[in-house]
Write a protein of this length. Structure first.
Length: 287
């Protein structure tokens, strides 16, 4: 059985034990619409101790993701690197496009691509016909029942066309306390149908390797995140100190308010259901 996490009111103690930092954005720094209090101050204090990489499972490319956090109040000089799953997925797609003998036909679910999506500027043909598509790309989130897309997903799996998932997150917590399905939920469903899935982002190693390549070699890395399944499992696999911010997606699971101090036993029990080890838990990303 994994040891119970240490619980601190802020990140000061764990920061002092580390010399590089990986920080998730959604759920840690903001809720998608509003910056969390003290987030910028905490980033600045971390950077006094070592370099900081923002590592996100967003399906947006890096420039679009940076623009989004700028609008929320986090400027480029507050961190040293920004890595997104969407950027890694876009690079995979570029290779796939170059190797395809004809223009690649893409079907997107559950939403059409917006100007900031990983398809922006890609020489592809959009189609709504699953029997005409060469690849399925999952974009956006939805509150609709996933079963709505089952016939289309099954047809794609039966045809043997791949599904590209640029965000492995399964669900996201909205500001009103509700949950939406993220691209990872579609990827899991498609794989269960026998389909081939190409997934980028946490907890996979590639996004962390890209972050560490940007930050340089460091032995003591602390990784902050709100998702046990992605941030904490990913940190465990990389040998980082895992720091769970409980005001994020697992707050409702733990039955606590956004700034309420979590109980070590409750965090440990929840982490065990994900085969994850939380080294440190904090109620929010504050110093």
């Amino acid at each position: 059985m994994a040891p119970l996490p240490r619980v601190f009111d802020g990140v000061r103690q764990v920061a002092a034990e580390s010399d590089a930092f990986i920080v998730d954005q959604w759920g840690v720094l903001h809720d998608g619409h509003t910056l969390h209090p003290e987030a910028v101050d905490t980033l600045r204090r971390l950077r006094e101790l070592g370099p900081v990489a923002l590592v996100s499972n967003t399906s947006r490319r890096v420039e679009a993701a940076q623009a989004h956090v700028r609008r929320l109040g986090i400027q480029d000089h507050e961190y040293d690197a920004f890595i997104t799953a969407g950027e890694l997925a876009a690079r995979w797609l570029e290779v796939h496009i170059a190797a395809h003998p004809t223009p690649l036909k893409v079907l997107t679910l559950p939403a059409a691509p917006d100007p900031d999506s990983l398809l922006a500027g890609q020489p592809v043909i959009l189609t709504e016909d699953i029997f005409d598509a060469d690849v399925i790309v999952i974009l956006g989130i939805t509150s609709q029942d996933l079963a709505h897309w089952d016939p289309l997903l099954q047809a794609g799996a039966d045809r043997g066309i791949p599904l590209l998932c640029a965000n492995p997150d399964v669900r996201s917590l909205q500001p009103d306390g509700s949950f939406c399905w993220c691209p990872g939920a579609f990827a899991v469903r498609f794989a269960d149908m026998g389909g081939t899935v190409h997934t980028f982002g946490k907890p996979g190693p590639d996004i962390y390797r890209a972050a560490m390549a940007a930050l340089g070699p460091h032995d003591r890395v602390a990784a902050f995140g709100d998702s046990l399944e992605h941030d904490i499992v990913g940190a465990n696999r990389m040998g980082f100190t895992s720091v769970l911010v409980t005001r994020g997606i697992h707050g409702p699971d733990l039955g606590i308010a956004p700034t309420e101090r979590p109980e070590p036993a409750a965090v440990g029990a929840l982490a065990a259901t994900y085969a994850a080890t939380v080294h440190v838990a904090v109620p929010s990303f504050r110093w």
